[in-house]
Design a protein around this ligand. Structure first.
Ligand SMILES: *Cc1c(COP(=O)(O)O)cnc(C)c1O
Length: 239
């Protein structure tokens, strides 16, 4: 039977070999284990195998898992909220998570900043960009990213770290690189000297396209099924 430990090793080997092939420093490519739909025991197994950063899509499920892992004595985990976020759920996210990847509206960012408890450090955030404009409607259009980034960067309790995208699955490596390359180029534009923005994060690449994401400059891979196995219920369900 393939264990989480085995699969994590395989994913790390894929990352190392893609970094070697594309001239990337492996220290610049972080692995986020997307544990949505999996119970605290699965997170605990990944934690024992050395994994520290975890991604969750559903607020209630994530908050319960964060408490469960704390009760198990795992205190050094970093939790990323990577799902769609409605304004009535921002408080729980501001109180329990370390990162939020899907910022695409100023109103949501403003609430997160207001609701971030004073005892915690600033919430780390990425702006989600909609590159293909297709079925996946979350994310701000590339042309509006700079204006939103400047507004978000000015909020006192948030730290803007970079850009994130969830493109439609691409038919091949070259096509995936073209889309990911657009996000990398956009980061370059937003960092232009006069903007005053410092963006160290490109959150892109999942189980099926992490090699193309690494080739295109990803610094944060969000990998679920390649680590935990196939999910029992489909992504996109809001709990
Ligand atoms: C579920 C999910 C992932 C992980 O997808 P896999 O294909 O299982 O690796 C990554 N990012 C987001 C935003 C997700 O919702």
């Amino acid at each position: 039977m393939t264990t989480i430990d085995d699969r994590l090793r395989q994913v790390r080997a894929r990352i190392a070999s893609a970094c070697a092939r594309h001239g990337r420093d492996p220290a610049e490519v972080h692995l986020l284990a997307v544990s949505k739909t999996w119970g605290p025991d699965a997170v605990w197994q990944a934690w024992q195998a050395g994994q520290r950063e975890f991604g969750e899509n559903y607020v209630q499920e994530g908050v319960e898992k964060i408490s469960a892992l704390r009760a198990l004595g795992a205190s050094d985990l970093v939790w990323h909220f990577i799902g769609p976020l409605q304004s009535n759920k921002t408080r729980a996210v501001a109180e329990h998570f370390d990162w939020v990847h899907g910022i695409d509206r100023f109103k949501i960012a403003q609430r997160l900043s207001e609701q971030r408890p004073p005892g915690l450090g600033p919430l780390q955030v990425c702006i989600q960009v909609n590159l293909d404009g297709g079925a996946n409607k979350a994310g701000v259009p590339a042309a509006e990213a700079l204006a939103l980034a400047q507004q978000v960067a000015a909020l006192p309790r948030l730290q803007l770290r970079g850009l994130m995208c969830i493109p439609e699955p691409a038919p091949n490596f070259a096509a995936a690189c073209r889309v990911f390359g657009q996000l990398a180029a956009l980061r370059g534009q937003l960092q232009a000297p006069l903007s005053g923005l410092a963006l160290d994060t490109l959150s892109m690449g999942m189980s099926d396209d992490l090699e193309a994401a690494i080739a295109s400059g990803s610094t944060l891979l969000r990998v679920g099924s390649a680590i935990f196995g196939p999910r029992a219920y489909a992504s996109g369900k809001e709990k």
